[in-house]
Design a binder for this molecule. Sequence first.
Ligand SMILES: [Zn+2]
Ligand SMILES: [Zn+2]
Length: 286
Amino acid sequence: MIDLHTHTTSSDGRCTPAELVARAARAGVDVLSVTDHDTTAAAAAASAACASAGIEFVAGIEITAVVDGRDVHVLGYFIDPDSAPLAAFLAEQRRRRIDRLKQIIDRLSGLGIVLDADAVLQPGRDDTSKAAGRPWVARALVAGGHVADTREAFDRFLATGKPAFIPRIGPAPPDVFNRIHASGGIASLAHPGLLARDNLIPAFARAGLDALEAYHSKHNADETARYLETADAHGLAVSGGSDYHADPSHDAGGPGCVSLPREAFQVLKDRCAARRATASGAATSS
Ligand SMILES: [Zn+2]
Ligand SMILES: [Zn+2]
């Protein structure tokens, strides 16, 4: 099984990298990418755990871009997780995440729900490589007895258009594609079925997007078929994964519940090799 979309405690997942790899190994995954939001902090530990479990590790990331105030998640694969320019860009992304959570907590207090902002944001201060996210606020709402579970926290307060929703500020997708390419990787549009902005895909393809995440745990068979066709129509490869967070209110299945076909994985690798060859050709000819 090939699972190219998972999260750890470095972002909003609940498994450490070692625990995630152990669960993936038990499920029969033999190619795994860890794609935390706006951080590569788990890459070294996940890579080491994969090596000892006999799993092929693909260095990955899920970067949040913004279009019209709405999130567009862009997956990066085969990146250099230690790239300095990428690290600087991701650090800025994480600072924006902390600022946004502060605004959300302020908004909640205006609604009469007082959370301890310091406590909610503490993990991001203790370890600046961690990417803060709304699930941290959702969990604080559960812990404070304001909602029954994190799903209710999103449905009542945190989701787009709800009373404590704060639009994100961030880079446009083409900027993110370029940064992924500059760190040696390729870019795939995450869960296009959840994004539900198919009209954006042709322009993304022209701006350097490499693939669509046609296979995702929350895509139904029709959506998967539609994105396979769309990818084909625009000369894009396809990626796929479970988007496993080890969070029952978030997950549609465990690691490996969605598996990318092996031929499609090879196409991603070939695409990456072609990009790198073009980039090095451009570098030597200039
Ligand atoms: Zn996502
Ligand atoms: Zn994800």
